[in-house]
Design a protein around this ligand. Structure first.
Ligand code: ARG
Length: 588
């Protein structure tokens, strides 16, 4: 279905053409003087130079050609040559009626859907999730959902950090604590126990301890590197322990991501490409891309136009060990082989900007991808506390994700029972749903690349540009609809009617902008555009609601038109929060 603004522009272009001017001058935009008009066209100003004529004259001629238009109710040529426009109520109502009858409200689907892989989350096995991982999961999930809604084939991959030194550190610490474990007996040839020799909470304590020790004690670090080497080279007992670590850790991760309403299609990790690395290295050497530099194998990736130093991409360290980028490059190779994606989108902290620049250049140069494959890194900013510094616990430690979520759930619960004045299990569940909207909307409503301040009071507020405000609006619509339903049957529903007030028309025009917004949100991988849209839509609805007595309306025709409008508003809001990765409760 054509976009609302495109239809309006089309009509204006016809008028320019009919008046004898270049039709491309007829582009229409939203008005920046909403007090004067709804839309505007500045084409006569541009045309003045082209046709050496006063802009107001051109505007006047064009306005005359708009007479009898089925779209415009008002076309006014104003000095020095602007065209101020208003659209007809009937045009808006017809558009919304059509939207309501189409799948995805008339959003046009791509002729050839793209195959897209979104690489997000990226937690490291056995390390507790902290708030830094929150942004990757929240933004990535939304980008995945937006792309899917826009009609593309999208695969979300968590890309676990499951293969580096941290695994060697954990194994080393386990060996210090329980040297008698059968995994460390080199002569053992039997089956290993099914049960892991640790729980998730032990595991979460082991890693920081081991990491701390290795920083103090070079010998300990040496052991950890050796253990990593043995693991990567397939020593049986180490592999068996690694399996346990992964299983215990992934079970915990799944629970955490489920609570966040984040779902991955693939649970692959760095370890999955271990076996393809030798072949990739061979290929890079053979084709002359990679060469030895101080014993390490590297690929040059600098370009003439660089204004900053872009160091070579290191493929293997001098001891032959692979690195973070080695696994990333091998993963690109595997993804091309298995899925042949048109785009791969990565979500990490923006501190990895240079890193991804190197990896992408290396992948292009060594032809791991095709020239038209798009590799996109979305580097996001830091989530800060109210003091403007990276978010910490009250004691100043690294804030664990679970703890943060718990705090917000509690705050939300407190607010909900405060207004209801009764406690209940249902209120607890509602609090969780609303809390998730607070966290996600608080994050997503900012442009991803910017730092933002995580302000619990603000994010959990029912007023202002917040998740809970959006949910509150949806719940309000649901409650009106329920009340109307209780009153009994309405006459034959003729669908949405022409607006009877300014506020109603404003709401309807907001709705009409849905497909243009969704298209942009996809093209610009910008969930914040969805947030900005639903905030405006919720505001427009609430203005309409405050001046319209829907439930007590006597005129049944009019009432049923409003019901149709409410249903469409609700559906669009719910679609939008779904692509943002949260949902609304039945009541609040
Ligand atoms: N595990 C990494 C980290 O915590 C993030 C992984 C991002 N994805 C990637 N393909 N490199 O920093």
């Amino acid at each position: 279905m054509k976009k609302f603004l495109d239809l309006i522009s089309e009509e204006m272009k016809n008028a320019f053409q009919a008046a004898g001017y270049d039709r491309e001058l007829g582009k229409v935009t939203l008005s920046n003087r909403p007090d004067l008009c709804e839309y505007q066209c500045n084409g006569a100003m541009a045309g003045a130079k082209l046709y050496k004529k006063a802009p107001i004259m051109i505007a006047g001629e064009v306005a005359a050609k708009c007479e009898g238009s089925s779209i415009f109710s008002e076309v006014e040529a104003v000095n020095p040559g602007f065209l101020n426009l208003k659209v007809k109520e009937s045009f808006v109502a017809d558009y919304l009626k059509k939207m309501a009858g189409e799948t995805k409200f008339g959003l046009e689907m791509p002729e050839k859907p793209s195959m897209i892989i979104v690489d997000y989350g990226g937690p490291n096995v056995a390390k507790p999730l902290h708030v830094g991982h929150l942004r990757s999961a929240v933004i990535g999930e939304s980008i995945k959902r937006i792309a899917r809604y826009a009609g593309h084939k999208v695969i979300g991959d968590i890309h676990l950090g499951d293969w580096g030194l941290q695994m060697g550190l954990i194994i080393t610490e386990l060996k210090e604590r329980q040297p008698e474990l059968v995994y460390f007996d080199e002569n053992y040839a039997g089956e290993y126990p099914k049960e892991a020799p640790f729980t998730i909470s032990e595991l979460e304590e082991i890693y920081p301890t081991a990491s701390g020790k290795s920083k103090e004690d070079p010998e300990y670090k040496e052991h950890a590197m050796e253990a990593t080497f043995k693991l990567q080279n397939g020593v049986r007992g180490y592999r068996a322990l690694w399996d346990h670590i992964i299983r215990v850790s992934v079970a915990d991760l799944k629970k955490n991501y489920e609570n966040l309403n984040v779902e991955f299609d693939l649970w692959k990790g760095e370890s999955d490409v271990h076996d393809v690395i030798p072949g990739m290295v061979e290929y890079m050497k053979k084709e002359g891309y990679a060469y030895l530099s101080d014993g390490a194998l590297v690929v040059d990736v600098k370009e003439e136009t660089d204004t900053k130093e872009v160091p070579p991409c290191m493929i293997l360290k001098s001891d032959g060990a692979s690195l973070y980028n080695t696994t990333d490059l091998a993963t690109i190779m595997e993804r091309m082989r298995e899925y042949h994606p048109d785009r791969i989108i990565y979500l990490t902290d923006k501190r990895q900007d240079l890193y991804f620049e190197q990896v992408f250049r290396c992948a292009r140069k060594t032809r791991l991808v095709e020239p038209e494959t798009e590799l996109l890194h979305i580097g996001f900013g830091t989530m800060n506390g109210k003091d403007g510094k990276p978010f910490k616990t009250r004691e100043g430690g690294v804030m664990r994700l679970e703890l943060l979520i718990k705090e917000i759930n509690e705050e939300m619960y407190r607010k909900i029972i405060e207004s209801r004045q009764e406690e209940s299990e249902e209120a607890k569940q509602t609090a969780q749903i609303v809390a998730l909207s607070a966290i996600k909307y608080g994050d997503l409503s900012n442009q991803a690349s910017k730092d933002y301040i995580f302000d619990i009071d603000k994010f959990t507020s029912f007023e202002g540009d917040t998740g809970p405000y959006i949910l509150y609006t949806i719940v309000r619509i649901k409650s009106i609809l329920a009340k109307v339903k209780e009153q009994g049957e309405l006459p034959e529903n003729a669908g949405i009617r022409e607006a009877g007030s300014e506020a109603e028309k404003a709401l309807m025009m907001e709705i009409a902008g849905f497909n243009a917004m969704m298209e942009t949100a996809y093209a610009e991988t910008a969930p914040h555009k969805v947030c900005a849209y639903i905030y405006e839509l919720a505001n427009a609805f609430n203005r309409f609601y405050h001046e319209t007595k829907i439930v007590t309306e006597e005129n049944q025709e009019r009432k049923s038109g409003w019901v149709a409008l409410l249903l469409l508003t609700r559906d669009i809001l719910e679609t939008c929060i779904d692509v943002l990765g949260f949902s609304a409760p039945e009541r609040m």
